[in-house]
Write a protein that binds this ligand. Structure first.
Ligand code: HAS
Ligand code: HEM
Length: 584
């Protein structure tokens, strides 16, 4: 491994993990606000929504994107035995760094507090929109470099099929490039001019639709690096082999075709879409759960094989013969705890996807309960576990406090039991998400105080504290390693699982082209009617939104870009009227 390449990868681990300290701190603050421990709108100079924005953006956008790129670099060079072009990996890092600095500046100065789902009518500073676009574009550049490396490798190895981990990486970044086009369009073409004051209006439903076209595919962009580890690394760590490589290929290809055309399942309660569009995307959402069900069975079979090799008996005896608490194999704990959490994260996702049940859980605390068992479960644990392992290997520094690092995932999982249970049980009793409960519902002095939400928010608080302590132990191990002494040669290598059976290559699983075509067709089928609805029902007078107000304005002629004081006064009166009629 060359020095510049090594430096780039190490920075891509170190920087987001340093920012993560802020991200975790704001997670802890969220449970403190929710449980009514503090009854104020801000703490330590940052307000509630600023904190929630920092939490979502750092943990779910910055950490995940940097990791996907860094892990992609490692996977490509490990399997293809080549480094990507220097121009690509260096410029990718610089673009992502610049984007992150811009985002951090906008969030920390309060110029961006419209949460990680950056659609209108909430408005951020253009600095945030441009920063986010740069972060995304930087990650594309890394992918373009890998394509070049792969083409070179293929010329030298025309008869070798694409390794499974490379297929996973390419599928993931293809989904990413496709789904970030609507996000880039929305941030750069719609939101930036609006936020800069160059245009007066923005089509709110359009920005929301474009965000969710990106937003759900985004969750699979988070998930697939973890899946690459489950298929190509976990069986080896467990002491066994991968039960079926072809099943893994099929799972990745199903993600390719089904990850994007499902975004409207986040918008079941929005009147702008027709029932047909919602039904179609609900069906595709059940479809995108299939590759995860396949993964559950394939990996369970691989783990069972490992357990039986070690003498396990009976149906479930294999579960007792896995290497749970071994500090020389700590990554196993991170991956298995993530998988166990994902059983519940996945099942709650299927509840969300069921149209009628969604009406019960949408916008309640159930939703963060669901997604912490996905993005803060398998995704987060595999990211931090793999970052620690690879940081040690690539820097040549031995991992410090390995015992602490070994117990972290189990502690995190225990915390998550209390945390997500509290959120989901509370959600089923109507506890809202994205609401500073401490100001009202969990403040005994408030007329809105609701005693039924005290046990659930307390459970969330206990879980959040346990998770924060687990994160602290992880930081101790990671930073002690990073600031430790180099005592061994730097190596770039990944543990590699072998397939259990010699499998014949299946033609349809080794050719990406038909899958790309189906992907395109499904996206058109899903989004042409959705776009049609957005333009049909939201652009003419009704459903237009004023700048700075979440309330749609009443039908009236378009207003001039510059408002006078009396215009603003009239608008305020209109809003008040609209709000009154809404509350009725
Ligand atoms: Fe989701 C909302 C539906 C997966 C993340 N989701 C969210 C949001 C986030 C998110 C962040 O349909 C909130 C966004 C916001 O801020 O508003 N989600 C699904 C469905 C799936 C799903 C059907 N979500 C994910 C993943 C995420 C994620 C993955 C992040 C990484 N989700 C929804 C819907 C909404 C939603 C609606 C909108 C709700 C609303 O109204 O706002 C599926 O992909 C899930 C399939 C998963 C499985 C589980 C497979 C289990 C495995 C583990 C097996 C374990 C083994 C170990 C083998 C079927 C693979 C055994 C060993 C032992 C020792 C026991
Ligand atoms: C939102 C706590 C770790 C991603 C939240 C909320 C809470 C919370 C209570 C819900 C706020 C609300 O809707 O009212 C925590 C705690 C953590 C933690 C205590 C650990 C100590 C993580 C991690 C990730 C993550 C590791 C991702 C890798 C998110 C996201 C949101 C969120 C994306 C949604 C933000 C929004 O609604 O705009 N967190 N979290 N969290 N969390 Fe976490």
């Amino acid at each position: 491994i060359t020095k510049p390449f090594k430096r780039v990868i190490l920075t891509e681990f170190f920087l987001p993990l340093t920012l993560l300290t802020i991200g975790i701190y704001h997670g802890l603050m969220q449970v403190i606000y929710r449980a009514g421990i503090i009854h104020q709108n801000s703490f330590a100079g940052l307000n509630y929504y600023q904190g929630l924005t920092l939490h979502g953006v750092i943990n779910a956008l910055v950490l995940t994107t940097f990791f996907a790129v860094a892990f992609g670099h490692v996977t490509i060079s490990h399997y293809l035995k080549k480094e990507p072009p220097r121009l690509a990996y260096s410029s990718s890092l610089w673009l992502m760094l610049l984007g992150t600095v811009m985002d951090a500046y906008a969030m920390l100065t309060g110029k961006a507090q419209a949460l990680y789902t950056f659609y209108a009518p909430l408005k951020d500073s253009p600095v945030f929109y441009i920063g986010t676009a740069l972060l995304i574009i930087g990650s594309w550049v890394a992918f373009f470099g890998w394509i070049k490396t792969y083409i070179k490798w293929k010329k030298e190895n025309p008869d070798t099929k694409m390794p499974l981990a490379i297929l996973g990486t390419f599928v993931n970044f293809t989904i990413w490039v496709v789904c970030t086009v609507p996000a880039a369009y929305s941030t750069l073409i719609l939101l930036t001019p609006w936020a800069a004051g160059w245009v007066e209006r923005v089509n709110v439903p359009l920005t929301r639709m474009l965000f969710w076209m990106f937003g759900h595919a985004l969750v699979y962009f988070w998930l697939l690096p973890a899946y690459i580890m489950y298929y190509t690394i976990l069986p080896k760590l467990a002491g066994g082999k991968l039960y079926s490589e072809n099943a893994g290929r099929l799972a990745f290809l199903l993600f390719l075709i089904l990850s994007v055309p499902v975004g409207v399942h986040h918008q079941f309660s929005e009147p702008v879409f027709t029932p047909g569009t919602k039904l179609f995307m609900a069906i595709l959402t059940f479809g995108v759960a299939l590759p995860s069900f396949m993964t559950a069975f394939t990996i369970a079979a691989s783990l069972e094989h490992a357990g039986r090799k070690k003498g396990a008996r009976g149906w479930l005896g294999w579960m007792l013969h896995l290497p749970y608490f071994r500090s020389d194999n700590f990554l196993f704990g991170y991956l298995i705890c993530g998988m166990i959490l994902f059983i519940f994260g996945g099942l709650s996702g299927i509840v969300n996807a069921s149209y009628s049940l969604n009406a019960m859980v949408h916008n309640t605390a159930w939703i963060p309960g669901h997604f912490h068992m996905t993005v803060a479960g398998p995704v987060f644990l595999s990211i931090i576990g793999m970052s620690l392992l690879l940081y040690g290997k690539l820097s040549g520094k031995p991992i410090q406090f390995k015992l602490l690092a070994t117990i972290v995932p189990y502690m995190w999982m225990l915390g998550m039991v209390f945390f997500s249970h509290g959120l989901m049980a509370g959600g089923l009793m109507g506890e809202p998400r994205r609401t500073n409960l401490g100001m009202t519902y969990t403040n005994p002095d408030s007329p809105l105080f609701n005693q039924h939400w005290v046990p659930t928010t307390t459970s969330t608080l206990i879980g959040g504290i346990i998770m924060s302590v687990a994160a602290l132990l992880y930081f101790i191990s990671f930073f002690a390693t990073a600031f430790g002494k180099k005592t061994q040669p730097a190596v770039l290598e990944l543990p590699e699982s072998e397939p259990l059976h010699p499998e014949k290559p299946v033609a349809i699983l080794t050719n990406l082209k038909p899958w790309l075509a189906v992907m395109g067709v499904l996206i058109l089928f899903a989004y042409i009617p959705a776009l049609n609805s957005v333009f049909k029902y939201s652009v003419p007078v009704k459903g237009q939104y004023q700048i700075d107000s979440p309330v749609p304005e009443n039908p009236k002629p378009a207003q001039k870009a510059k408002q006078t004081k009396s215009d603003q006064h009239t608008n305020a009166k209109d809003h008040a009227k609209a709000e009154r009629s809404l509350s009725r």
